[in-house]
Design a protein around this ligand. Structure first.
Ligand code: 6PG
Length: 239
């Protein structure tokens, strides 16, 4: 794993740097494998990044979009990560419908939705049940409690290591989430973290030792590249 930390002056510079990294990965992936696969994060930080990506002239037919986690709500619900990404990006570009791989949230049982999405990923990547397919890029945010995706502190989802997808839990509300071993199988993981409220959690993430179940973002140690892109408000004392 190669771990890189960059602290950018402000959120605008953070978004510009993340865009630059993603465009570079798109070019490499399409050159090497004929397609590019990315898993998106939700929350507020990535919205301007998705808007910036939507302005780029890209081979959309070769780009496949997944989600690293999803709130268990309909796709037209204001909390939906899918809705946010569609409005900020996907509805604005000529990407084939079949290249948008949304997490199903219409099953009564979230566990059934997790199984359905896992099977979809395995079919897409032609991977067997005991394989961990590698996405080109997994984009992650981090909460001020050091969660990432929907891997929240001291939840059962953190213990799932034999699946790609599991059910997360935020304050009793189900989420569908990549497991940390699946995240770690990515070629490149990019965290984008902004705001002074993230400083205490970041101090624990970058501490030599801290409990991974209390600070789940510490579990993200991909075999490929790991980028932490922070704005100065979040990471100025981590330089
Ligand atoms: C979600 C996200 C979540 C998010 C963090 C940071 O579904 O909410 O996937 O993991 O990335 O909570 O959110 P902000 O970017 O809004 O701080």
């Amino acid at each position: 794993m190669s771990k890189k930390l960059e602290v950018l002056p402000d959120q605008g510079a953070l978004i510009a740097r993340a865009l630059e990294l993603i465009l570079s990965n798109i070019e490499t992936a399409i050159q090497e494998r004929g397609q590019f696969t990315i898993a998106l994060s939700g929350g507020s930080t990535p919205k301007p990044l998705y808007e910036a990506i939507s302005t780029q002239k890209l081979p959309w037919d070769k780009i496949h979009v997944f989600w690293g986690d999803e709130r268990y709500v309909p796709p037209d619900h204001p909390d939906s990560n899918e809705l946010m990404a569609r409005r900020a990006w996907l509805d604005r570009v000529d990407i084939p419908t079949g290249n948008i791989h949304a997490i199903p949230t219409n099953e009564t049982d979230p566990a059934a939705a997790a199984v359905q999405y896992e099977r979809h990923l395995q079919e897409f990547f032609h991977s067997s049940p005991d394989e961990l397919p590698s996405l080109d890029v997994i984009l992650l945010g981090m909460g001020d409690d050091a969660h990432t995706a929907s891997l929240f502190p001291h939840t059962e989802a953190l213990k799932v290591t034999d699946k790609l997808i599991t059910v997360g839990n935020k304050d009793g509300n189900p989420r569908i989430t990549f497991t940390y071993p699946f995240i770690n199988s990515a070629r490149c993981v990019i965290f984008i973290v902004a705001g002074a409220n993230k400083r205490p959690a970041l101090a624990q993430i970058f501490a030599p030792v801290a409990d991974e179940f209390t600070y789940p973002s510490r579990l993200i140690q991909p075999q490929g590249e790991l980028w932490w892109l922070l704005d100065a408000a979040a990471g100025s004392d981590l330089k």
